[in-house]
Design a protein around this ligand. Structure first.
Ligand code: GRF
Length: 192
């Protein structure tokens, strides 16, 4: 019988994060080869979770002066300098301009807290609750310049409980994400 193909560990992964970094922690715990962590703001993902990894704060501004093209260009340059093979977005909250997807097309993943194509956007968990669905979940997909779009790599359903608030439901979805995301990335790595 053929041996199952092992995950290629020579690929250089960059993780992009903006928040608490619990997903980043799951990727680290899984043993994936993370070459660098980038965050767009000072956040626990940068200060705590990535503290023992190569990390870089590519800080953005939040006012009207935010130049998305310029910011995306800075990030693309940093990723290229680091010879990154795969860009893994793990709670990265800045929408990047098309230049990013031209530079790394098909090599950027995202995870979104709904069963896409349902509930795209920044309030997926709140919107699922408001719609009264019995089941929501999480989706790993290839990121494209269209928000929460692109080829679906993996999905996991999560039941909505009558007692759920946005916080309790999102926390259960995140528990599913911590299992699903590392697995989906390992599968994708075998195809790169
Ligand atoms: C996750 O729910 C993910 O689906 C979304 O951002 C959240 C990241 O959580 N894109 P954390 O900051 O890693 O805890």
């Amino acid at each position: 019988m053929d041996k199952p193909m092992e995950t290629p560990m020579d690929k250089r992964i960059a993780v992009l994060a903006s928040g608490t970094g619990t997903l980043l922690q799951a990727l680290i715990d899984d043993g994936l080869p993370i070459a660098k962590v980038y965050t767009d703001r000072l956040c626990p993902a940068y200060t705590d979770v990535a503290k023992d990894l190569p990390r870089s704060l590519v800080q953005r501004t939040f006012g009207k002066d935010f130049d998305r093209e310029l910011y995306t260009g800075q990030l693309v340059e940093a990723l290229r300098e680091n010879r990154i093979d795969l860009v893994v977005m793990a709670g990265f909250m800045t929408v990047l301009s098309p230049a990013m997807f031209h530079a790394f097309g098909g090599r950027i993943t995202n995870i979104h807290p709904s069963l896409l194509p349902a509930f795209k956007g920044a309030h997926a968990v709140r919107d699922a609750l408001a719609a009264g669905v019995a089941v929501t979940g999480t989706t790993v997909h290839i990121a494209t310049e269209l928000l929460d779009d692109g080829r679906i790599l993996a999905q996991m359903p999560v039941p909505v409980l009558p007692s759920d608030t946005e916080e309790t439901l999102h926390e259960r979805i995140k528990q599913a994400e911590r299992v699903l995301y590392p697995k989906a990335i390992r599968t994708l790595l075998k195809t790169l």
